[in-house]
Design a protein around this ligand. Structure first.
Ligand SMILES: [Zn+2]
Length: 191
């Protein structure tokens, strides 16, 4: 029998999809990569397929994830970047060997040095985090307005006024909460 694990929340930005594997950091936290094979699953759907993952590699991945979260949060509120987080991101970036490959269809694919090299995949994620924190890409780091979430996300909307890390989860929940509050205040308004 296989246990059921929480689904992934996948966005368009690799680094913040990765930090999203832990959600509700300020509420009832949901760990979406609780076991090594779930990290394998996440890497596979994120274009960084590896065949296996050890518990130590999962620990390293989570350390990178929380470091990206800390650095991206600091960048979003224009605070100084925490030195320890910067160190972990840089270590992960330099310790992997991944190569960008151009497919005949004109798409980019990542080629890792071996099928078991989680470190290679982490280096691609670290480099992605560096590019958004360094402000190299069109968009702005922001924090989710949900008080139990506060996830850092990369806002690429025209007006740069996106409030939620994810419209389908945090955004929707807030909409429902507002509806319920209005309904309580003025029960007849929704009839
Ligand atoms: Zn959120």
């Amino acid at each position: 029998m296989r246990a059921v694990f929480p689904d992934f929340r996948l966005g368009n930005v690799l680094a913040t999809s990765f930090t999203g594997t832990l959600s509700e950091r300020h509420g009832d936290a949901v760990e979406r990569i609780p076991v090594p094979h779930r990290l394998v699953d996440w890497l596979t759907v994120s274009g960084l397929a590896v065949e296996s993952c050890t518990p130590a590699q999962l620990d390293l991945a989570r350390e990178l994830r929380e470091s990206i979260h800390a650095a991206a949060t600091a960048a979003a509120i224009q605070d100084a970047l925490p030195a320890s987080a910067v160190q972990v991101i840089n270590d992960c970036s330099t310790q992997g060997r991944a190569a960008a490959i151009l497919t005949p269809e004109g798409k980019r694919r990542w080629r890792l040095s071996s099928a078991s090299c989680v470190e290679d995949a982490l280096s691609v994620i670290a480099a992605d985090a560096i590019s958004i924190i360094a402000g190299e890409r069109d968009g702005k780091l922001a924090l989710c307005a949900s008080p139990t979430c506060r996830a850092a996300f990369f806002d690429t909307s025209q007006s740069r006024t996106r409030k939620w890390c994810d419209m389908n989860t945090c955004g929707n929940r807030q909409k429902k909460a507002r509806f319920n509050a209005n309904h309580r205040k003025n029960p007849r308004s929704a009839e």
